[in-house]
Design a protein around this ligand. Structure first.
Ligand SMILES: NC(=O)c1ccc[n+]([C@@H]2O[C@H](COP(=O)([O-])OP(=O)(O)OC[C@H]3O[C@@H](n4cnc5c(N)ncnc54)[C@H](OP(=O)(O)O)[C@@H]3O)[C@@H](O)[C@H]2O)c1
Length: 306
Protein backbone atom coordinates (compact mmCIF):
# COMPACT_ATOMS: atom_id res chain seq x y z
CA UNK A 1 0.00 0.00 0.00
CA UNK A 2 1.43 3.36 -1.02
CA UNK A 3 0.82 5.15 2.26
CA UNK A 4 3.23 6.34 4.95
CA UNK A 5 4.03 3.77 7.61
CA UNK A 6 5.62 4.02 11.06
CA UNK A 7 8.70 1.84 11.57
CA UNK A 8 11.90 1.54 13.60
CA UNK A 9 15.15 3.10 12.44
CA UNK A 10 18.63 3.77 13.88
CA UNK A 11 19.39 7.45 14.57
CA UNK A 12 22.04 9.68 16.07
CA UNK A 13 21.81 13.30 17.15
CA UNK A 14 25.51 14.01 17.83
CA UNK A 15 28.81 12.75 16.44
CA UNK A 16 30.66 10.33 18.68
CA UNK A 17 31.30 6.70 19.56
CA UNK A 18 28.81 3.88 19.04
CA UNK A 19 26.82 4.86 22.13
CA UNK A 20 25.28 7.83 20.25
CA UNK A 21 23.22 5.33 18.23
CA UNK A 22 19.68 4.46 19.25
CA UNK A 23 16.49 3.10 17.71
CA UNK A 24 13.53 5.41 17.15
CA UNK A 25 10.16 5.10 15.49
CA UNK A 26 9.60 7.39 12.55
CA UNK A 27 7.24 7.82 9.65
CA UNK A 28 8.45 6.36 6.36
CA UNK A 29 6.70 8.07 3.43
CA UNK A 30 5.21 6.45 0.36
CA UNK A 31 7.86 6.14 -2.37
CA UNK A 32 8.00 8.94 -4.94
CA UNK A 33 8.63 8.55 -8.70
CA UNK A 34 11.45 6.10 -9.43
CA UNK A 35 11.67 5.10 -5.77
CA UNK A 36 10.93 1.89 -3.95
CA UNK A 37 10.14 1.27 -0.30
CA UNK A 38 12.02 -1.79 0.88
CA UNK A 39 11.15 -3.87 3.94
CA UNK A 40 14.70 -4.45 5.16
CA UNK A 41 15.78 -7.96 6.16
CA UNK A 42 19.49 -7.34 6.83
CA UNK A 43 21.91 -4.41 6.90
CA UNK A 44 25.69 -4.74 6.80
CA UNK A 45 28.01 -2.55 8.85
CA UNK A 46 30.98 -0.80 7.24
CA UNK A 47 33.90 1.28 8.52
CA UNK A 48 32.54 4.23 6.50
CA UNK A 49 29.48 4.19 8.78
CA UNK A 50 31.45 4.71 11.97
CA UNK A 51 33.97 7.07 10.36
CA UNK A 52 31.03 9.27 9.35
CA UNK A 53 29.35 8.89 12.76
CA UNK A 54 32.51 9.70 14.78
CA UNK A 55 33.38 12.77 12.72
CA UNK A 56 36.41 11.34 10.90
CA UNK A 57 34.87 12.31 7.55
CA UNK A 58 33.90 15.97 7.97
CA UNK A 59 33.39 16.27 4.22
CA UNK A 60 30.64 13.63 4.46
CA UNK A 61 29.14 14.92 7.68
CA UNK A 62 25.37 14.50 7.49
CA UNK A 63 22.85 16.95 8.83
CA UNK A 64 21.84 15.77 12.30
CA UNK A 65 19.82 13.88 13.35
CA UNK A 66 21.04 11.27 10.89
CA UNK A 67 20.50 7.64 10.03
CA UNK A 68 23.26 5.10 9.42
CA UNK A 69 23.88 2.11 7.14
CA UNK A 70 24.87 1.82 3.49
CA UNK A 71 23.99 -1.72 2.39
CA UNK A 72 20.81 -3.73 2.74
CA UNK A 73 18.78 -6.70 1.58
CA UNK A 74 15.00 -6.78 1.67
CA UNK A 75 11.71 -7.01 -0.17
CA UNK A 76 10.18 -4.29 -2.36
CA UNK A 77 7.05 -3.42 -0.40
CA UNK A 78 5.77 -0.35 -2.28
CA UNK A 79 6.77 1.40 -5.52
CA UNK A 80 6.52 4.92 -6.92
CA UNK A 81 5.50 5.95 -10.42
CA UNK A 82 7.68 4.64 -13.21
CA UNK A 83 9.24 1.82 -11.20
CA UNK A 84 9.66 -1.47 -13.04
CA UNK A 85 10.53 -3.75 -10.11
CA UNK A 86 7.32 -5.46 -8.98
CA UNK A 87 6.20 -5.31 -5.35
CA UNK A 88 7.46 -8.48 -3.68
CA UNK A 89 10.84 -8.54 -5.50
CA UNK A 90 13.72 -9.65 -3.27
CA UNK A 91 16.53 -7.12 -3.64
CA UNK A 92 19.89 -6.07 -2.24
CA UNK A 93 22.11 -3.09 -2.78
CA UNK A 94 23.59 0.15 -1.58
CA UNK A 95 21.79 3.17 -0.24
CA UNK A 96 23.18 6.57 0.67
CA UNK A 97 22.61 6.14 4.41
CA UNK A 98 19.88 5.05 6.81
CA UNK A 99 19.95 1.35 5.87
CA UNK A 100 19.68 0.29 9.50
CA UNK A 101 15.92 0.57 9.57
CA UNK A 102 12.88 -1.63 9.14
CA UNK A 103 11.91 0.24 5.95
CA UNK A 104 13.93 2.42 3.63
CA UNK A 105 13.13 4.53 0.58
CA UNK A 106 15.68 4.29 -2.20
CA UNK A 107 16.00 4.64 -5.95
CA UNK A 108 15.03 1.56 -7.89
CA UNK A 109 18.38 1.85 -9.68
CA UNK A 110 20.26 1.17 -6.41
CA UNK A 111 18.71 -2.26 -5.99
CA UNK A 112 19.88 -5.49 -7.61
CA UNK A 113 17.72 -8.61 -7.73
CA UNK A 114 18.60 -11.10 -4.99
CA UNK A 115 18.80 -14.71 -6.14
CA UNK A 116 16.41 -16.87 -4.11
CA UNK A 117 19.35 -19.08 -3.08
CA UNK A 118 21.26 -16.18 -1.51
CA UNK A 119 20.45 -15.80 2.20
CA UNK A 120 19.32 -12.42 3.52
CA UNK A 121 22.30 -11.88 5.80
CA UNK A 122 24.91 -12.43 3.08
CA UNK A 123 22.89 -10.39 0.57
CA UNK A 124 22.55 -7.57 3.08
CA UNK A 125 26.30 -7.31 3.57
CA UNK A 126 27.61 -7.98 0.07
CA UNK A 127 26.93 -4.86 -1.93
CA UNK A 128 29.33 -2.25 -0.53
CA UNK A 129 32.34 -4.47 0.11
CA UNK A 130 31.61 -6.53 -2.99
CA UNK A 131 31.45 -3.66 -5.42
CA UNK A 132 34.42 -1.92 -3.78
CA UNK A 133 36.49 -5.07 -4.18
CA UNK A 134 35.25 -5.59 -7.73
CA UNK A 135 36.02 -2.02 -8.82
CA UNK A 136 39.41 -1.93 -7.07
CA UNK A 137 40.33 -5.28 -8.58
CA UNK A 138 39.27 -4.15 -12.06
CA UNK A 139 41.74 -1.25 -11.80
CA UNK A 140 44.55 -3.77 -12.28
CA UNK A 141 44.88 -6.25 -15.09
CA UNK A 142 45.68 -9.23 -12.87
CA UNK A 143 46.66 -12.46 -14.63
CA UNK A 144 47.92 -15.90 -13.67
CA UNK A 145 51.44 -14.52 -14.01
CA UNK A 146 50.91 -12.19 -11.02
CA UNK A 147 51.60 -12.61 -7.34
CA UNK A 148 49.21 -10.36 -5.49
CA UNK A 149 49.58 -8.93 -1.99
CA UNK A 150 46.25 -8.15 -0.30
CA UNK A 151 46.15 -6.44 3.09
CA UNK A 152 43.41 -7.13 5.63
CA UNK A 153 42.64 -10.23 3.59
CA UNK A 154 40.14 -11.54 6.13
CA UNK A 155 38.25 -8.21 6.23
CA UNK A 156 35.13 -7.39 4.26
CA UNK A 157 36.77 -5.90 1.17
CA UNK A 158 40.06 -7.79 1.38
CA UNK A 159 38.51 -11.23 1.42
CA UNK A 160 36.62 -10.47 -1.80
CA UNK A 161 39.60 -8.85 -3.58
CA UNK A 162 41.78 -11.81 -2.65
CA UNK A 163 39.29 -14.30 -4.08
CA UNK A 164 38.86 -12.29 -7.29
CA UNK A 165 42.64 -12.45 -7.71
CA UNK A 166 42.58 -16.21 -7.12
CA UNK A 167 39.85 -16.54 -9.75
CA UNK A 168 42.18 -14.75 -12.20
CA UNK A 169 44.72 -17.48 -11.54
CA UNK A 170 47.12 -15.31 -9.53
CA UNK A 171 49.09 -16.41 -6.49
CA UNK A 172 47.66 -14.49 -3.55
CA UNK A 173 49.40 -13.53 -0.32
CA UNK A 174 47.09 -12.04 2.30
CA UNK A 175 47.96 -10.18 5.48
CA UNK A 176 46.08 -11.08 8.66
CA UNK A 177 46.60 -11.79 12.33
CA UNK A 178 47.47 -15.38 13.23
CA UNK A 179 43.86 -16.10 14.22
CA UNK A 180 42.86 -15.77 10.55
CA UNK A 181 45.70 -17.69 8.92
CA UNK A 182 43.97 -21.06 8.83
CA UNK A 183 40.84 -19.44 7.43
CA UNK A 184 42.85 -17.79 4.62
CA UNK A 185 44.66 -21.03 3.82
CA UNK A 186 41.26 -22.69 3.44
CA UNK A 187 40.43 -20.21 0.66
CA UNK A 188 43.76 -20.80 -1.10
CA UNK A 189 45.35 -17.57 0.12
CA UNK A 190 48.90 -17.68 1.52
CA UNK A 191 48.67 -15.94 4.92
CA UNK A 192 51.32 -13.64 6.31
CA UNK A 193 51.31 -11.61 9.52
CA UNK A 194 51.13 -7.83 9.21
CA UNK A 195 53.39 -5.61 11.32
CA UNK A 196 57.14 -5.90 11.92
CA UNK A 197 58.83 -8.27 9.52
CA UNK A 198 56.14 -8.09 6.83
CA UNK A 199 58.55 -7.21 4.01
CA UNK A 200 60.97 -10.04 4.80
CA UNK A 201 58.15 -12.53 5.30
CA UNK A 202 56.59 -11.69 1.93
CA UNK A 203 59.95 -11.63 0.15
CA UNK A 204 60.63 -15.13 1.42
CA UNK A 205 57.38 -16.33 -0.13
CA UNK A 206 57.40 -14.88 -3.64
CA UNK A 207 58.00 -11.81 -5.81
CA UNK A 208 54.96 -9.59 -5.52
CA UNK A 209 53.80 -7.84 -8.72
CA UNK A 210 50.49 -6.27 -7.61
CA UNK A 211 49.24 -4.97 -4.25
CA UNK A 212 45.72 -4.15 -3.05
CA UNK A 213 45.79 -2.23 0.19
CA UNK A 214 42.73 -2.28 2.43
CA UNK A 215 44.28 -1.09 5.66
CA UNK A 216 46.67 1.84 5.34
CA UNK A 217 50.19 3.13 4.77
CA UNK A 218 52.08 0.15 6.21
CA UNK A 219 51.02 -2.15 3.37
CA UNK A 220 51.67 0.48 0.73
CA UNK A 221 55.14 1.13 2.09
CA UNK A 222 55.83 -2.60 2.27
CA UNK A 223 54.73 -3.04 -1.35
CA UNK A 224 57.01 -0.21 -2.50
CA UNK A 225 59.90 -1.70 -0.52
CA UNK A 226 59.18 -5.04 -2.19
CA UNK A 227 59.68 -3.34 -5.54
CA UNK A 228 56.06 -3.31 -6.74
CA UNK A 229 55.59 -0.66 -9.40
CA UNK A 230 53.52 2.27 -7.98
CA UNK A 231 50.97 1.97 -10.79
CA UNK A 232 50.34 -1.62 -9.68
CA UNK A 233 49.58 -0.65 -6.08
CA UNK A 234 45.98 0.31 -5.31
CA UNK A 235 44.75 1.55 -1.94
CA UNK A 236 41.26 2.14 -0.64
CA UNK A 237 42.47 3.03 2.83
CA UNK A 238 45.01 5.84 2.65
CA UNK A 239 45.99 8.93 0.68
CA UNK A 240 47.70 7.74 -2.52
CA UNK A 241 49.33 11.11 -3.30
CA UNK A 242 52.53 10.79 -1.22
CA UNK A 243 53.24 7.43 -2.85
CA UNK A 244 52.18 8.09 -6.43
CA UNK A 245 49.99 4.99 -6.34
CA UNK A 246 46.38 4.42 -7.35
CA UNK A 247 43.23 4.89 -5.34
CA UNK A 248 40.31 3.13 -6.98
CA UNK A 249 37.49 2.33 -4.63
CA UNK A 250 33.80 1.77 -5.18
CA UNK A 251 32.46 3.50 -8.26
CA UNK A 252 28.81 4.28 -9.04
CA UNK A 253 26.38 1.54 -8.01
CA UNK A 254 26.30 -1.11 -10.69
CA UNK A 255 23.52 -3.66 -10.29
CA UNK A 256 25.04 -5.91 -12.97
CA UNK A 257 28.21 -6.14 -10.87
CA UNK A 258 26.16 -6.87 -7.75
CA UNK A 259 24.20 -9.59 -9.52
CA UNK A 260 27.44 -11.15 -10.78
CA UNK A 261 28.86 -11.16 -7.25
CA UNK A 262 25.66 -12.74 -5.94
CA UNK A 263 25.90 -15.40 -8.65
CA UNK A 264 29.46 -16.22 -7.59
CA UNK A 265 28.42 -16.55 -3.94
CA UNK A 266 25.49 -18.81 -4.82
CA UNK A 267 27.76 -20.94 -7.04
CA UNK A 268 30.18 -21.37 -4.13
CA UNK A 269 32.90 -19.53 -6.09
CA UNK A 270 33.09 -16.60 -3.67
CA UNK A 271 32.95 -16.78 0.11
CA UNK A 272 31.78 -13.80 2.14
CA UNK A 273 32.35 -14.82 5.75
CA UNK A 274 29.79 -13.56 8.24
CA UNK A 275 31.63 -12.62 11.41
CA UNK A 276 28.54 -11.98 13.52
CA UNK A 277 24.85 -11.09 13.38
CA UNK A 278 23.04 -8.74 15.78
CA UNK A 279 19.40 -7.69 16.10
CA UNK A 280 18.51 -4.06 15.30
CA UNK A 281 18.19 -3.26 19.01
CA UNK A 282 21.84 -4.24 19.54
CA UNK A 283 23.25 -1.84 16.95
CA UNK A 284 25.59 -0.26 19.54
CA UNK A 285 27.16 -3.64 20.39
CA UNK A 286 27.43 -4.46 16.69
CA UNK A 287 29.41 -1.29 15.99
CA UNK A 288 31.57 -1.72 19.09
CA UNK A 289 32.52 -5.13 17.74
CA UNK A 290 33.26 -3.87 14.21
CA UNK A 291 35.31 -1.03 15.63
CA UNK A 292 37.74 -3.45 17.29
CA UNK A 293 39.15 -3.63 13.74
CA UNK A 294 39.54 -7.39 13.82
CA UNK A 295 36.40 -8.87 12.33
CA UNK A 296 36.47 -11.74 9.84
CA UNK A 297 34.22 -10.70 6.98
CA UNK A 298 31.01 -8.94 7.87
CA UNK A 299 29.11 -7.77 10.91
CA UNK A 300 25.42 -7.62 10.03
CA UNK A 301 22.12 -6.53 11.57
CA UNK A 302 19.27 -8.98 11.19
CA UNK A 303 16.20 -6.82 10.65
CA UNK A 304 12.73 -8.16 10.18
CA UNK A 305 10.09 -5.52 9.76
CA UNK A 306 7.13 -6.49 11.89
N1 LIG B 1 37.27 3.79 -0.98
C1 LIG B 1 36.28 2.92 -0.93
O1 LIG B 1 35.51 2.80 -1.87
C2 LIG B 1 36.15 2.04 0.29
C3 LIG B 1 35.08 1.15 0.34
C4 LIG B 1 35.01 0.28 1.42
C5 LIG B 1 35.95 0.35 2.44
N2 LIG B 1 36.93 1.26 2.38
C6 LIG B 1 37.95 1.34 3.46
O2 LIG B 1 38.73 0.15 3.34
C7 LIG B 1 39.13 -0.29 4.62
C8 LIG B 1 38.74 -1.77 4.79
O3 LIG B 1 37.31 -1.88 4.83
P1 LIG B 1 36.66 -3.27 5.30
O4 LIG B 1 35.20 -3.13 5.21
O5 LIG B 1 37.31 -4.39 4.60
O6 LIG B 1 37.12 -3.26 6.84
P2 LIG B 1 37.02 -4.42 7.93
O7 LIG B 1 36.25 -5.58 7.41
O8 LIG B 1 36.55 -3.77 9.20
O9 LIG B 1 38.55 -4.83 8.12
C9 LIG B 1 38.84 -5.69 9.16
C10 LIG B 1 40.13 -6.41 8.87
O10 LIG B 1 41.25 -5.53 9.04
C11 LIG B 1 42.36 -6.32 9.43
N3 LIG B 1 43.39 -5.52 10.11
C12 LIG B 1 43.31 -4.92 11.32
N4 LIG B 1 44.46 -4.28 11.60
C13 LIG B 1 45.30 -4.51 10.53
C14 LIG B 1 46.62 -4.09 10.22
N5 LIG B 1 47.33 -3.32 11.03
N6 LIG B 1 47.16 -4.50 9.03
C15 LIG B 1 46.45 -5.27 8.17
N7 LIG B 1 45.18 -5.68 8.42
C16 LIG B 1 44.61 -5.31 9.58
C17 LIG B 1 41.75 -7.33 10.36
O11 LIG B 1 42.54 -8.51 10.32
P3 LIG B 1 42.79 -9.37 11.65
O12 LIG B 1 41.46 -9.58 12.29
O13 LIG B 1 43.41 -10.62 11.13
O14 LIG B 1 43.68 -8.53 12.53
C18 LIG B 1 40.33 -7.55 9.85
O15 LIG B 1 40.15 -8.78 9.18
C19 LIG B 1 38.51 0.66 5.62
O16 LIG B 1 39.46 1.66 5.95
C20 LIG B 1 37.37 1.30 4.86
O17 LIG B 1 37.02 2.56 5.34
C21 LIG B 1 37.07 2.12 1.33
Amino acid sequence: MNEPIVARSVRYESFGDASVLHVIEREVPAPGPGKVRVAVRAAGLNPADYKTRNGSYPEWAPTLPAGIGREISGVVEAVGDGVELPVGTEVFGNIATNGMAEYVITSESNMARKPAELDWITAGSLSLVGQTAYDAFASQDVTAADTVLVSAAAGGVGVVVAQLALRAGATVIGTASLANHEFLRGLGIIPVAYGDGLVDAVRALDTVTVAFDNNGPATVEAALELGVSPDRINTIATDPEPYGIRRVGRGPINTATLEELARLVVAGELVLPIDSVYPLDEVVAAFEHLETGHVRGKVVLNITAG
